[in-house]
Design a protein. Structure first.
Length: 264
């Protein structure tokens, strides 16, 4: 009997001890399972911090003067190339991106004249609109130059980290009104110089006689706006190229400044 009691007591003690050991094992396992999660979180945080630091270092390696000079150089290239390409014979006419078409309200004239075998007159009208723009576009250069040189350090930093056409948009905001004021009298003179005013008077007169209508439009204002839009398209194209294609960064300054913004 005594042996039986001792045996039972031993078993109970053993069960109790094993239960305690099992609790310890469970607790240890839980602790171990928690550690990888904490490590992963830390690693992720460190990675994010590291990435942020890298971006800051890239831009931080540039001085304010370098950023400003780089943006001004990029804009000057865009303006000079744009004006040079547009300010020659066929600069507008043979460039589909900026070619000036008939004013929308006069396009029915084009259709009607062509249907009556007067397509050459319509073609001549469009050609001379583009000739007037090509003649007037050189007025843009000094206005753009003034806007570029007045760019502040803050403007430059915001532009560098902006969209693909941030510099062009800045230039447009600063020069749109001045360009219109400068272009309009030049375009008017150019329309007369290339004979566009007489051709269009004849063209509209023929249309009105044939249809019994009284169509008219302000060609001077229309060509002025289209010429300005054409210049900005060319500048935007150059800016986007410099931002996205390292081959177009033709100076060490452009390479340094826009190389830094690659990692923004």
């Amino acid at each position: 009997m005594r042996k039986t009691i001792l045996l039972v007591s031993g078993l109970l003690f053993s069960v109790s001890t094993n239960a305690q050991i099992l609790d310890v094992i469970k607790s240890t396992v839980k602790d171990q399972l928690k550690k990888p999660t904490t490590t992963t979180s830390t690693t992720k945080t460190n990675s994010t911090t590291s990435t942020g630091t890298t971006s800051a270092i890239n831009l931080g390696s540039l001085t304010s003067t370098q950023i400003s000079s780089g943006l001004k150089e990029a804009l000057s290239l865009g303006v000079n190339e744009g004006v040079k390409k547009l300010g020659v014979t066929d600069g507008f006419l043979k460039n589909e991106a900026v070619k000036i078409l008939m004013p929308e309200k006069l396009r029915k004239i084009d259709t009607t004249l062509r249907s009556l075998g007067m397509g050459s007159l319509a073609d001549q009208g469009v050609k001379l609109l583009n000739r007037a723009a090509e003649d007037a576009v050189t007025e843009a250069a000094p206005i753009f130059t003034k806007a570029i040189t007045s760019m502040t350090i803050t403007d430059a930093k915001n532009i560098l980290l902006g969209s693909d056409n941030a510099a062009t948009t800045y230039l447009q905001t600063k020069t749109q009104t001045q360009l219109f004021t400068a272009f309009q009298p030049k375009v008017k003179a150019s329309l007369g110089k290339v004979g566009a005013d007489k051709v269009w008077t004849n063209l509209i007169s023929k249309y009105n006689t044939l249809t019994g209508q009284a169509v008219s439009t302000d060609l001077n204002e229309y060509v002025t706006n289209e010429a300005i839009n054409g210049v900005f398209k060319m500048v935007a194209e150059k800016e986007s190229g410099i931002r996205n294609n390292s081959v177009m960064r033709t100076t060490s300054l452009l390479q340094k400044v826009f190389g830094a913004q690659d990692g923004k």
